[in-house]
Design a protein. Structure first.
Lengths: 553, 63
């Protein structure tokens, strides 16, 4: 793939714009609250698009296209079984606690509901996860640019990290959020022409269906038995593992996305943020799953004359991660190629900036201010937030180089993330909806869930991964293994939290007002028109989601 | 007027307007960029960019 002057010009214009956003926002930053929490002053349309854009990083864009090619249309389950239901649950049931409690972060809510040790455990694990995730995103970007454009690895790392550093240092969370919205439009509009032209080239959806195995074009039909579908899991594992544990765990408790709703102007907008975001999220499979399905269809004998194929790796197997870049290279002429590459770069930078801004909020509020330096001026915490931004990016760069030296570190870190994130939703579910849940129950439940995740991974093997204790159970796909690990860890956390809570002393009801469902006054919406109320919008979204599932059954 | 430049919708609109101009000018002036896909995408970006700019509020309401 070779870029023309016009392609470079579009990339340069994009870099200039994201930096300009940083300078524009800088003038509005007066306090640590402005820098780390955006002063809870961001309009609904921006919080909503930032909400999904924070999840539109490289792993999402490249990963979902790769999964579309590998598992077919089943990949839509991440959206139509996972994300939408979880986003609706967050909006209707959980947002009133996050926003209404005036918590500055998810760990801050845990300290109010439980105690400092639960906040500390969550804050430290989240801070480590985000900064390493940011580094992996950076490594993946540099590696991709090295492979497809032959750009120097070091230059790519320092250039991308430098630009993210400039705009997050200048404008903090607001700057990252504004750029996430720009990046959202760039990704959607930059990749839409690819879907149209590739779909047309493949002869439309009916030709694709005619040329692919039916397991790749039906979302539910082959989910009855694990060995009948490419993911190797049945519908029960899918609904519980992905639809409940993993999706609710991510969308309802990961501060990286929840933070985007917490900066809304008022409670109504905070609740509407995930609901409004769910609408474009529902349509994202058109941009990130469909290209993968088209790619694998183009490789079938009847369509081989189109001249497209997914690249292979050193061992001769299809390198699914390269599906999207190879489609861009195949279909985009110079000019639009620059837009496509810029969209890829935007997805990496969006993921990195989201992680860095979530990291600096949690580190400054929940670690530095809570445990080390408690009573300093606001200016002090503003500068700590800025310093932590720089430090977070430098650690990300270091992680990117570690990832370059040790290939397996990516898999290892992703695995650790799933161990920590998987069981977390059980802690929140019990904490918010069962007032008897105690601080010790939450803390030991989290530990038990994490240990259970590690043990399950050690005893199962899938695609050569896992089984480091003893490979007792074999699972067909890595994705199926991830669902099972998450499910076991969630159940371990849920049961341990209940058992320990029953034997330890709960907080008095007075201390739990505004933090637990049964002790909190419910928001009233009767004065609003129906389309502004969360519940009717949520029901409408769920009906559309069910219809989509039926269409692609 | 300066406030308008700092509105996010104006910034996004401006970006797509510039990107569309690069594609459209390239389409008409360079053989390398003379591809229908560049023209269609350029027109779509132009419409989207202008729409975002026109949707940007001119002045902020004062309560």
């Amino acid at each position: 793939m070779k870029l023309h002057f016009a392609d470079y010009l579009i990339i340069i214009v994009y870099f200039a714009f994201v930096i300009t956003v940083g300078f524009v926002i800088k003038r509005k930053i007066k306090s640590s609250n402005d820098f780390l929490s955006s002063g809870r002053n961001i309009p609904l349309w921006i919080t909503s698009l930032a909400f999904i854009s924070a999840n539109l990083g490289a792993q999402e864009v490249l990963g979902m296209v790769a999964s579309g090619a590998k598992y077919g249309i089943m990949t839509v389950h991440f959206y139509w079984v996972g994300a939408i239901f979880a986003m609706v649950f967050l909006a209707v049931f959980m947002m009133p606690f996050y926003y209404g409690s005036k918590a500055r972060s998810v760990p801050d809510y845990l300290s109010m509901r439980f105690d400092e040790k639960t906040r500390g455990l969550n804050a430290v694990s989240f801070a480590v996860m985000t900064v390493f995730s940011s580094g992996i995103s950076l490594y993946a970007l540099a590696k991709l640019l090295e492979v497809i454009l032959h750009w120097d690895f070091d230059v790519s790392i320092w250039l991308a990290a430098g630009i993210v550093m400039i705009y997050t240092f200048l404008g903090g969370l607001t700057s990252a959020v504004y750029n996430e919205v720009l990046q959202f439009f760039l990704i959607v509009l930059g990749l839409s022409p690819l879907v149209v032209v590739a779909l047309h080239d493949a002869g439309g959806w009916s030709t694709i269906k005619a040329n692919l195995a039916p397991q790749l074009t039906h979302a539910w039909k082959y989910m009855g038995k694990a060995d009948e579908n490419p993911m190797g899991i049945n519908f029960m594992s899918l609904i519980f593992g992905l639809g409940f544990v993993m999706s609710f765990g991510y969308w309802c408790t990961d501060f990286l996305v929840v933070q985007r709703a917490m900066i809304a102007r008022n409670m109504g907008d905070a609740q509407r943020t995930p609901v409004v975001a769910a609408l474009p999220k529902m349509l994202m499979p058109l941009i990130v799953v469909l290209p993968g399905v088209i790619a694998i269809a183009l490789m079938q004998p009847a369509l081989q004359s189109k001249g497209y194929s997914i690249p292979t790796n050193a061992s001769g197997q299809l390198d699914y991660t390269m599906t999207l870049p190879s489609l861009i290279a195949h279909y985009y002429p110079s000019g639009l190629l620059g837009v496509g590459i810029t969209a890829l770069i935007a997805s990496f930078m969006s993921g990195m900036a989201g992680n860095v801004t979530a990291f600096n909020s949690v580190f400054t509020y929940d670690i530095y201010q809570s445990y080390f330096v408690k009573h300093k001026s606001d200016k002090h915490y503003l500068w700590v937030g800025k310093f932590v931004t720089v430090a977070g990016i430098l650690i990300s760069i270091a992680t990117a180089y570690v990832a370059k030296s040790f290939n397996n570190i990516n898999d290892f870190l992703q695995l650790v993330f799933s161990f920590v994130n998987g069981p977390l939703f059980a802690t929140f579910l019990l904490g918010m909806f069962w007032k008897r849940t105690t601080s010790n129950g939450a803390f030991f439940g989290l530990l038990a869930g994490t240990i259970a995740a590690a043990l399950t991974h050690g005893l199962t093997i899938a695609e050569g991964k896992g089984g480091w204790i003893a490979p007792m159970f074999e699972i067909k796909s890595g994705m199926g293994q991830a669902f099972i690990v998450a499910s076991v860890s969630w159940i371990a956390n849920f049961c341990t939290t209940i058992i320990v809570s029953l034997f330890t002393k709960p907080k008095p009801d007075e201390a739990l007002k505004g933090l637990v469902y049964s002790l909190t006054e419910k928001p009233k919406y009767h004065e609003q028109k129906w389309y502004l109320r969360v519940a009717p919008l949520a029901i409408l979204l769920l009906v559309i989601t069910i219809i989509l599932n039926l269409i692609f059954f | 007027m300066q406030k308008r430049f700092t509105e996010l919708s104006f910034i996004i609109g401006s970006f797509f307007l510039i990107a569309s101009l690069i594609l459209l000018i390239g389409y008409f002036t360079s053989s390398l960029l003379h591809a229908d896909l560049n023209m269609y995408a350029g027109i779509a970006f132009l419409i989207f960019g202008l729409m975002m700019i026109l949707l940007t509020p001119k002045t902020k309401k004062v309560n």
